[in-house]
Write a protein that binds this ligand. Structure first.
Ligand SMILES: *[C@@H]1O[C@H](CO)[C@@H](O)[C@H](O)[C@H]1NC(C)=O
Ligand SMILES: *[C@@H]1O[C@H](CO)[C@@H](O)[C@H](O)[C@H]1NC(C)=O
Ligand SMILES: *[C@@H]1O[C@H](CO)[C@@H](O)[C@H](O)[C@H]1NC(C)=O
Length: 412
């Protein structure tokens, strides 16, 4: 294409004898530049052209890696295309940067994991590492084939199962529209990344699949998750240490364990979480709604956390701060804890399936400060109709604004 433009330009140049040399040369450069932009921008790199087959049986890992290698070394903003109506079988695969320009990965087809136990390490099936300006979108389906792992885990024969899809060291990352199902472990992990925008995903796994969190965010800043449906066997979204400026909005969560900050402070570790805002989200039949969980013995802080405009349907623990988090049941109490402050729950409405709808259990040595409840109305659902709805407080300081039902007497 560029060749044709060059010929045309030469002809034009030959015909324009009345121009000065300088004008001619300038014109040629301008037109060449234009030809370059029009004719060669945004190359399409289809994985089918690099050896991928897409029949769901042939291992397409090498084809994908070849396509990625070409895309990553192209400075013209390439699009990697994973075409529709095909199923690509991938083994563990790592797409590595840094790359020469921003990259768009368009996932229209389906991607499946091997239907076997393929590792005994904690790892990620599909990962993107150290890439700036990466966009992944499309209507494709990513299937982690998790059931064989869940069985193994339930029988205590597998301990470390892989995550399905992860990014780490990515700045300016956008993900939109994909469906991720049946991960062996967590579905989507965001580590050590910044300016991350995730929207319009569907993440789905059975409610009894172990530790299949929807989205897990850790050591990342400026993260936005929106318009996403999550049903899984663990937290819909979990926010770990090092998370700063995280906005989560319009999430439909359930079944599953709700949205959690934490767990923080595991094995006496130092936690740092600041500026996490969850809004306009719904929880349906989840075991928890809005949860902050920390282990005894940790240190550091989690502050500036808000949950606003939340709807609940039969949620077991709608609002819960648990600074005695200990799923193994053999933890000792400690005088050190992650300090929780500036935590706000506002405009929360709906039903609880347990009596203690608001449970604020803070560290006795490091009390929670400035916990604010504003306009809360939680009633018992039909299943739990016999008893009184109530709240629990330990070591909490803060305030109430407007009507708070059930009442939380420890707050002024
Ligand atoms: C999160 O929301 C706050 C308040 O609206 C805003 O100031 C901040 O820029 C947002 N951050 C991201 C990463 O979207
Ligand atoms: C939450 O539920 C309300 C209806 O109760 C609905 O209007 C809204 O769209 C739902 N939001 C999400 C994010 O699912
Ligand atoms: C730790 O302290 C809490 C709150 O006082 C108490 O309910 C719990 O039983 C204690 N756990 C242990 C293991 O002592």
């Amino acid at each position: 294409m560029a060749e044709n433009y060059r010929k045309t330009i030469t002809r034009i140049a030959a015909a324009t004898y009345f121009w000065t040399d300088t004008m001619e040369i300038t014109l040629i450069f301008v037109l060449l530049g234009l030809a370059y932009v029009v004719g060669e921008a945004k190359p399409i790199i289809n994985v089918m052209d690099y050896g991928a087959v897409g029949d769901g049986r042939h291992d397409d890992t090498q084809g994908f890696l070849r396509a990625w290698g070409v895309a990553c070394s192209d400075f013209r903003v390439p699009t990697v295309v994973i075409p529709p109506r095909r199923t690509f079988l991938l083994s563990q695969i790592e797409f590595e940067g840094p790359c020469k320009s921003s990259i768009h990965v368009q996932v229209s087809g389906n991607i499946v994991a091997p239907n076997k136990l393929w590792t005994s390490e904690f790892t990620t099936w599909i990962s993107f590492r150290n890439i700036n300006d990466l966009t992944i979108d499309g209507s494709g389906l990513i299937d982690g084939q998790g059931s064989i792992w869940w069985n193994c885990k339930n029988k205590k024969r597998c301990v470390n199962v892989p995550y399905a899809f992860g990014i780490s060291g990515c700045n300016n990352f956008h993900m939109n529209g994909l469906t991720i199902i049946n991960s062996p472990g967590k579905h989507l992990t965001v580590f050590m990344s910044s300016w991350v925008q995730i929207k319009g995903l569907k993440i789905i796994a059975p409610a009894d699949s172990p530790n299949t969190d929807g989205i897990y965010i850790q050591e990342s800043e400026h993260v936005e998750v929106s318009d996403t449906v999550i049903r899984s066997g663990d937290d819909c979204i979990a926010i770990g240490t090092g998370s700063l400026d995280v906005n989560i909005t319009r999430i439909s969560c359930g079944l599953g364990h709700g949205i959690s900050i934490g767990s923080l402070g595991w094995q006496n570790s130092n936690a740092k979480v600041e500026g996490v805002h969850i809004s306009y989200s719904n929880f349906s039949q989840t075991t928890n709604g809005m949860r902050i969980k920390t282990w005894q013995g940790g240190s550091g802080f989690a502050k500036g956390i808000s949950f606003e405009h939340i709807k609940l349907a039969s949620v077991r623990n709608p609002i819960i701060i648990d600074q005695f988090y200990c799923p193994t049941k053999n933890c000792r109490n400690s005088t050190s804890a992650v300090k929780l402050s500036d935590v706000r729950f506002a405009d929360v409405r709906g039903t609880s399936s347990s009596e203690v709808a608001i449970n604020l259990a803070c560290s006795e040595s490091v009390p929670c400060s400035n916990v604010v409840l504003e306009s809360i109305s939680i009633v018992l659902d039909k299943v739990a109709h016999r008893n009184q709805i109530t709240s629990y407080c330990l070591s909490v300081h803060g305030s109430k604004i407007g009507k708070v039902i059930p009442d939380v007497p420890c707050l002024k």
